[in-house]
Design a binder for this molecule. Structure first.
Ligand code: NI
Length: 168
């Protein structure tokens, strides 16, 4: 396994749209394992392949307290969304140090493939619902700060560019 480099906002590669995985083979399983290690090492609770500059539809998530429950979503699709919405403070490994409130549906039903390539469905609520929607946005080339006002976005952008220059 390997720790991969995480792209930082406003890197334009974060806005590329990920393609579906054609076949879940050893290459994809290696990617899943490397992404999991990268996420745990960061540490974070979710990571999309887009963030490690691989533009295929792969997501890893672990929202458990003891980091014992890795969830793998390959080619995820939303098949149902609740009408109820929740506000949640989000952060992102590609936008370090920035935490902002985003409103999203509070329950989503997802269909996806697991690490073995087998299809499954999962009803996600609470923090898992927030996380899977955040990560699926990444696969569409969308970073959570794009839900914020233009003013906030440009402030965050300058802050990130400045940090980058300082070599942080
Ligand atoms: Ni993120």
């Amino acid at each position: 396994m390997a720790v991969l480099e995480i792209l930082k906002y406003p890197d334009p590669r974060l806005h590329l749209v990920a393609q579906p995985v054609a076949i879940v083979d050893e290459r994809i399983r290696q990617l899943v394992d490397d992404m999991a290690q990268t996420m745990y090492e960061a540490p974070g609770i979710g990571l999309a392949a887009t963030q490690v500059n691989v533009h295929e539809q792969v997501i890893v998530i672990d929202v458990s307290d003891d980091k014992s429950t890795l969830e793998v979503f390959i080619n995820p699709k939303i098949i149902a969304l609740s009408d109820e919405a929740i506000d949640h403070e989000e952060g992102c490994l590609s936008v370090p140090g920035v935490f902002e409130t985003v409103e999203r549906p509070d329950t989503v039903t997802i269909s996806a493939l697991n690490r073995d390539g087998d299809p499954y469905e999962k009803v996600c609520s609470g923090i898992l619902a927030v996380c899977i929607q955040h990560e699926m946005d990444h696969l569409q080339g969308k970073v959570f700060v794009q839900y914020l006002s233009r003013l906030k976005q440009s402030r965050i952008k300058s802050k990130m560019v400045k940090l980058e220059r300082q070599g942080a």
